[in-house]
Design a binder for this molecule. Structure first.
Ligand code: UD1
Ligand code: UDP
Length: 369
């Protein structure tokens, strides 16, 4: 090809930015590629700070976020906005990540426009269409529109083969979350949130999933209070998601608890470094399951199913469900049984070697050229 390949990378949320910025940096390093970064703006302040940490900025921003936005709003705004962007930019390929509404609607717009889609973090499945909601539907739909599938593990690749995806369109790359840690985690990192709780075992806590809003999230947060009451040598650090359906209930249930520090969302550099120094992670997040594993931190997952069974099989993660008693029992086991803690903390991470972005871009260029 005698002109540069034009690759449009699209995303809209914090976790996508963290995992796509290493891919963008890799694309920037290739002389035969013109990279266009298009953010949907599904997230606002969570997104800008994150991209800055990787030295990436948006070329196009659909700026769609509004408070308490619905799935219909996000999906339809991205579909309409992205159709216009694709018509104007006319890229040779579109890269999306994971399972958000931004990724789903972008891949649909690209499919309608006849532009090949590359799907990063492809093949994750819970096989339960309602959990996580609506992400399981989103990623299955993206798989149907994608030409190239970048599976983080061979387990994820097998899910795609079982759905009939041809192996010559799948690359097993590792997860780019591990690449991201190479940009963010530094040796001498210090933070007041760490000093304030010096000597206590720090548990990094997050909870935000849509399918848990309301009663289920209340159960999770009550479980945290119970663990705090049982173990006076632990302290929870919880950056609270800005979604009002999350923040209101979190402050209501944990706001008065002395062993819990609630704070605004952390920048990605602070977040990764603090995880690297904590005792364990308690979360319903997807990305944190991979980061905890890569940093050798036991992780207890507050979900009934996970699309990341690799962490459980490797021994670094345990699935607690969303029931209060089960969460308390699972976390208590890790806190009170040193053998359990040590076997989890020393498990080998199944999420790759930190070179996923290079493998993704190599495969993309080989197949698209
Ligand atoms: C979305 C993704 C989910 C991902 C999560 C990461 C979908 C369907 N879900 O969750 O997979 O795990 O993002 O956080 O795409 N808000 C702000 N500022 C921000 C970001 C969000 O105020 O920078 C608030 C707004 O009130 C917004 C609300 O949070 O309306 C929800 O944001 P949204 O992206 O719709 O969240 P989820 O769909 O729950
Ligand atoms: N994260 C962050 N600051 C925070 C909390 C999380 O930078 O205060 C990062 C975290 O390291 C991970 C990602 O955000 O990379 C996870 O995002 P989230 O849990 O919102 O979404 P999910 O991964 O569940 O889709």
């Amino acid at each position: 090809m005698d002109r540069k390949l034009k690759i449009l990378v699209a995303f809209g949320t914090r976790p996508e930015a963290i995992k796509m910025c290493p891919v963008i940096r890799e694309l920037y390093s290739r002389p035969n590629v013109e990279t266009v970064v298009c953010v949907t703006g599904q997230h606002r302040e969570l997104l800008t700070g994150t991209m800055g940490a990787f030295g990436v900025s948006a070329d196009v921003d659909l700026k769609l976020m509004k408070g308490s936005q619905s799935l219909v709003y996000v999906t339809s705004e991205v579909l309409m906005g992205m159709a216009r962007v694709l018509d104007e930019i006319r890229p040779d390929a579109v890269m999306v990540h994971g399972d958000t509404s931004s990724a789903f609607a972008t891949s649909l717009a690209a499919f309608y426009a006849g532009i090949p889609v590359g799907h990063v973090e492809a093949g994750l499945r819970t096989h339960d269409i309602y959990s996580p909601f609506p992400e399981e539907l989103n990623r299955r739909s993206i798989a149907m529109t994608a030409k190239l599938h970048f599976a983080p593990t061979s387990y994820a690749a097998n899910n795609l083969y079982e759905e009939g995806v041809s192996p010559d369109r799948v690359a097993v790359t590792g997860n780019t979350a591990v690449d991201a840690l190479k940009y963010t985690v530094t040796q001498g990192f210090e933070h007041s949130l760490l000093n304030d709780n010096y000597g206590k075992r720090l548990i990094f806590l997050t909870a935000h999933r849509r399918e848990s809003h309301g009663r289920i999230m209340a159960e999770m947060l009550m479980a945290v209070r119970e663990v705090a009451a049982r173990f006076d040598d632990v302290h929870f650090l919880c950056p609270v998601h800005p979604n009002p359906s999350v923040s209101e209930i979190t402050y209501k249930i944990l706001g008065e608890c002395k062993q819990v520090s609630l704070c605004a969302p952390l920048g990605v550099v602070e977040c990764h470094n603090i995880i690297s120094k904590c005792y364990m992670v308690l979360t319903d997040s997807g990305g944190l399951q991979e980061e905890a594993a890569a940093l050798g931190k036991p992780v207890v997952i507050m979900r009934n199913v996970t699309e990341r069974p690799e962490g459980i099989l490797a021994g670094v993660a345990r699935l607690a469900g969303t029931d209060r008693e089960q969460i308390v029992a699972t976390v208590s086991k890790v806190l009170s049984d040193l053998d359990t803690f040590e076997s989890m903390a020393s498990a080998k991470s199944p999420y790759g070697d930190g070179f996923a972005s290079k493998k993704i871009v190599d495969f993309l260029l080989k197949k698209i050229l």
